[in-house]
Design a protein around this ligand. Structure first.
Ligand code: TXA
Ligand code: MG
Length: 320
């Protein structure tokens, strides 16, 4: 059991000793350690059972601190930082010498984010190192969006969970790379494609599924629940499975001809933002209900945060 509380001095002390603390962000909870301390970083990989070829994001609270551990901040990145940081956007930079190779899995780029959650911002302001923090779930499982999710899966392995309540965005950050001529999204997430296009103009999306270490961050079976999980395009594609122990996860309206008790809606409001906030919570809930052995999900509208939601649904389905 981890302690759960809002004591940032305690979190600071533990992190300074090289221990791990779960932290709230607006996207999902992170499993945080001192990003300059190779031992702390190694214990993140160990605790998550994460393969060492999958690099971590560094979190800090100001652009000045970012400048201290990356090689230069290009002009378009300053614009983005002005507009979207703190927020659900992760940007790849050329890595500086302070960043251990273990953080970047040997790549010469480092992923950086200034998160928006006030408690974590207060904590980051007290630290003179960035926090390496992947989502606080065992590798390949659904990301945690409240402290109980973290406690259930990693509570026995960490001393403290900083309690920032439920995550407002609910899906991980959007990851953006400037390695190619056109800025490229490597993972759709909490910042919409539309918002990026407004500032940058053309933006490529390269969120390929791959199991190759050369394409980190895009492992196909990420975000998977443990049950059989099927994704269909829409209601027309729905056929009743042979076994009756299925549940249906749809966007904003129920599928005709399926009993109420089997139906779950991601966004009764019809807003893609609500679907993002509730996605992982709903996946966990359905995963834990013994009366269902199969989850049939329907795609949500491919706009706004719907893109990130569909991406996570596809990855969940890829596993089974
Ligand atoms: O919202 C988020 O991004 C959350 C919160 C805690 O900040 N973090 C998160 O971390 O989702 P994680 O480790 O679960 O996902 C980070 C992704 C990984 O898939 C990793 O492969 C990719 O970022 N990544 C990190 N550094 C990279 C790099 N240098 N090049 C390409 N991909 C990178
Ligand atoms: Mg993750």
């Amino acid at each position: 059991m981890a302690d759960i509380g809002t004591d940032i001095s305690r979190a600071k002390a533990l992190l300074e000793q090289g221990q791990l603390v779960a932290i709230p962000t607006e996207t999902v909870y992170g499993l945080a350690g001192n990003g300059f301390d190779v031992k702390a970083v190694a214990s993140i990989f160990e605790t998550k059972k994460r393969p060492a070829f999958d690099p971590l994001i560094l979190h800090t609270d100001t652009l000045e601190k970012v400048a201290g551990f990356v090689e230069g901040i290009p002009e378009p990145v300053r614009l983005l930082a002005d507009k979207f940081w703190p927020g659900p956007l992760t940007i790849l930079f050329k890595k500086g010498p302070l960043v251990p190779d273990l953080v970047t899995s040997g790549l010469d780029t480092v992923a950086v984010r200034i998160p928006r959650h006030p408690l974590t911002r207060d904590l980051l302001a007290l630290l003179n190192f960035p926090l390496a923090a992947p989502s606080a779930n065992p590798f390949g499982y659904v990301s945690p969006t409240n402290p109980d999710h973290v406690e259930a899966q990693l509570g026995k392995d960490i001393p403290y969970i900083l309690d920032g309540g439920p995550c407002k965005v609910g899906v991980e950050s959007t990851i953006l790379s400037f390695e190619h001529e056109v800025p490229t999204v490597l993972r759709m997430g909490g910042l919409t494609l539309e918002s990026l296009q407004e500032i940058l103009g053309a933006v490529a999306v390269n969120a390929h599924s791959s199991s190759s270490p050369a394409a980190p961050g895009m492992l196909k079976s990420h975000y998977a629940p443990r049950k059989s999980f099927v994704l269909i395009d829409d209601e027309k594609a729905f056929t009743k499975p042979e076994n009756d122990d299925f549940a249906v996860l749809a966007f904003d309206h129920k599928v005709k001809g399926v009993p109420e008790s089997k139906q779950f809606l991601l966004a009764p409001s019809g807003e893609t933002q609500e679907a993002a906030t509730r996605l992982f919570e709903m996946m966990r809930m359905l995963d834990s209900r013994d009366e269902f052995s199969q989850i049939i999900a329907l795609k949500v509208p491919e706009e706004g945060l719907g893109r990130a939601v569909n991406d996570r649904l596809k990855r969940a389905a890829a596993q089974t």
